[in-house]
Design a binder for this molecule. Structure first.
Ligand code: HEC
Ligand code: HEC
Length: 150
């Protein structure tokens, strides 16, 4: 009983703290993505950021990290019928396109069976692999990779 009460109190304190961090230090008002735009109006959309082009293979930060996409992907369609990513990264074409092949994990089902073609759970590449822009980070990130990857 005591443990549950402590846990509840801890999560409540956490919640309140999270809310306080959303308050503007000067005005005491809540921050929101809407900024100063009144609620009944739509804020202008942010400008699309320029993708970083051809920056070369990026270092990985942890062992099972999906590598970052180091090139533009504009126009690379992925739907039920076509997958442009596989046109370069599939095992058939990778060598002739000078592109890295998808690794064997991309053929595995969640029950550990290896299929003859890309596994459905690895079909939509951009679920895991993300292209980069030179945008300012939204929040500070102090993550450091494990020793062996530094
Ligand atoms: C026209 C061929 C081509 C297409 C299409 C293509 N890529 Fe690539 N991709 C490459 C090449 C070449 C590299 C290696 C870049 C280098 O060595 O600088 C690469 C690198 C990558 C890497 C980095 C791999 C690593 O080991 O770090 C990822 C991830 C990736 N591509 C994902 C994608 C995704 C997702 C798509 C589809 C949205 C895609 N690519 C479409 C040619 C392509
Ligand atoms: C569910 C997440 C996920 C999806 C979806 C996915 N990948 Fe990956 N990919 C990973 C992870 C994690 C790694 C690194 C570890 C590994 O090889 O499994 C990786 C590694 C890679 C590599 C580097 C291979 C190597 O040997 O270093 C390439 C290239 C790649 N993926 C391309 C693709 C392409 C193209 C697609 C779409 C057809 C895709 N991935 C879909 C998670 C994913």
């Amino acid at each position: 009983m005591k443990l549950i009460a402590t846990l509840l109190l801890a999560s409540w304190v956490g919640l309140v703290q999270a809310q306080i961090e959303d308050l503007d230090a000067h005005t005491g008002k809540l921050h929101s993505l809407q900024g100063d735009t009144p609620l009944q109006l739509n804020k202008d959309a942010e400008r699309l950021k320029d993708p970083v082009k051809d920056q070369g293979i990026q270092d990985r930060q942890y062992i099972h990290q999906p590598p970052l996409v180091p090139h533009q992907i504009r126009g690379y369609e992925v739907d039920l019928k076509v997958n442009r990513c596989l046109a370069c990264h599939g095992w058939r074409n990778a060598a002739s396109r000078n592109a890295p092949r998808v690794s064997p994990t991309h053929f595995e089902t969640r029950d550990g069976m290896t299929l003859g073609d890309i596994s459905p759970r690895r079909y939509f590449c951009l679920q895991c692999h993300v292209p980069q822009t030179d945008a300012k980070p939204l929040v500070e990130n102090t993550f450091t990779p494990v020793e062996s990857l530094r």
